[in-house]
Design a binder for this molecule. Structure first.
Ligand SMILES: NC(=O)c1ccc[n+]([C@@H]2O[C@H](COP(=O)([O-])OP(=O)(O)OC[C@H]3O[C@@H](n4cnc5c(N)ncnc54)[C@H](OP(=O)(O)O)[C@@H]3O)[C@@H](O)[C@H]2O)c1
Length: 227
C-alpha cells in the first residue's frame, strides 16, 4: 500500500498513475478535491496535515486495512517572504505541514511497519531550500529539517527492514515552479546545467528504485538536472 501525501499537487497528480501500476494507493489531499477516479486501486482521503486529530482519525480508519506501507511525503506549504517579514503564524503553518505533519504521520505508521518488518519512507526536499534561496526562510528550514529527520529514521529502524530516504528536487515543469513569476522562473532555469526543467517521471523512477532497494537507506538523492 502506498500512502501519497500531496496527491492533489502538481507533481503528486502526475506521479499517481505510475504508482498505481505498482501498488494500491491512498492519495491524500487537503483543499483541492481531486476528480474522482474509478480506479479500484485508488482511494482519496482528505487530511489536513496541520491537524494532529485529522492524522489520528486517518490512522484509526486505515491501520487494520493497510499492509507493506510505502509513505511518500509530497505535501508541502510554501509561503514566500524575506526573513525580516516572515510572520510567526506563517512560520508555524509551514513547519506544521512540512515538518510536524510529516513527523506525526510517519510516527503513526511506524508501529505497523515494525510489526510487519517492512516499510519505505520517502521524504521530499528541495534544491533551492538546501542552497538557501532568498525569500524562503521557513520553507528552507523545514526542508532542511526533513533531511535530518530522514537520516534519523534510517538509523533507528533499519533493523526492521524499514528504509527512509529523501529526494532533493530541482525545478520541475509542474507545481510550485509554476507559481513563481516569469523573471524568477527564468533565473532558476539559468541555474540548471541541462537548461531544462525536470519531469515527474524522473521522480517516479527514483521512488520505484527506493521501494525495490532494501540496502539504500539514509540516502539523499538529487534530482535536479545537475545543479
Ligand atoms: N515543483 C517543483 O519544482 C518542486 C521543486 C522542489 C521541491 N518540490 C517539492 O515537491 C513536493 C510537491 O511539490 P508540488 O510542486 O507538487 O507542490 P504543489 O503543487 O504546491 O502541491 C502541494 C501539495 O501539498 C498539499 N498540502 C498543502 N498543505 C497541506 C495540508 N495542510 N495538509 C495536507 N496537504 C497539504 C496540497 O494539497 P491541497 O492542494 O489539496 O491543499 C498539494 O497537494 C513538495 O514537497 C515540494 O516542496 C517541488
Amino acid at each position: 500500500m502506498i500512502i501519497l501525501t500531496g496527491a492533489s499537487g502538481g507533481i503528486g497528480r502526475e506521479i499517481l498513475p505510475f504508482l498505481l501500476d505498482i501498488d494500491q494507493v491512498i492519495g491524500i489531499y487537503n483543499k483541492t478535491k481531486p476528480q474522482i477516479s474509478s480506479d479500484e486501486h485508488l482511494t482519496y482521503e482528505q487530511l489536513n496535515l496541520e491537524s494532529p486529530s485529522d492524522i489520528k482519525i486517518f490512522i484509526d480508519k486505515w491501520k487494520n486495512k493497510i499492509s507493506k506501507v510505502t509513505l511518500i511525503h509530497f505535501a508541502a506549504l510554501k509561503i514566500d517572504s524575506l526573513a525580516a517579514n516572515c510572520s510567526e503564524s506563517d512560520w508555524d503553518r509551514i513547519m506544521g505541514v512540512n515538518l510536524k505533519g510529516n513527523f506525526l504521520l510517519t510516527q503513526a505508521l511506524l508501529s505497523k511497519m515494525i510489526q510487519e518488518r517492512w516499510g519505505r519512507i520517502i521524504h521530499i526536499s528541495s534544491r533551492g531550500a538546501v542552497d538557501g534561496d532568498t525569500g524562503t526562510i521557513a520553507y528552507s528550514a523545514s526542508k532542511m529539517g526533513l533531511i535530518g529527520m530522514s537520516n534519523v529514521l534510517a538509523k533507528e529502524y533499519a533493523r526492521f527492514n524499514i528504509t527512509s530516504n529523501i529526494l532533493i528536487l530541482g525545478h520541475f515543469e509542474v507545481g510550485l515552479y509554476n507559481q513563481l513569476n516569469e523573471g524568477m522562473q527564468k533565473k532558476l532555469l539559468q541555474q540548471v546545467p541541462s537548461k531544462t526543467l525536470g519531469k515527474s517521471i524522473d521522480i517516479f523512477n527514483a521512488i520505484e528504485f527506493l521501494i525495490k532497494s532494501q540496502y539504500v537507506n539514509g540516502a539523499s538523492i538529487n534530482i535536479d538536472g545537475g545543479i
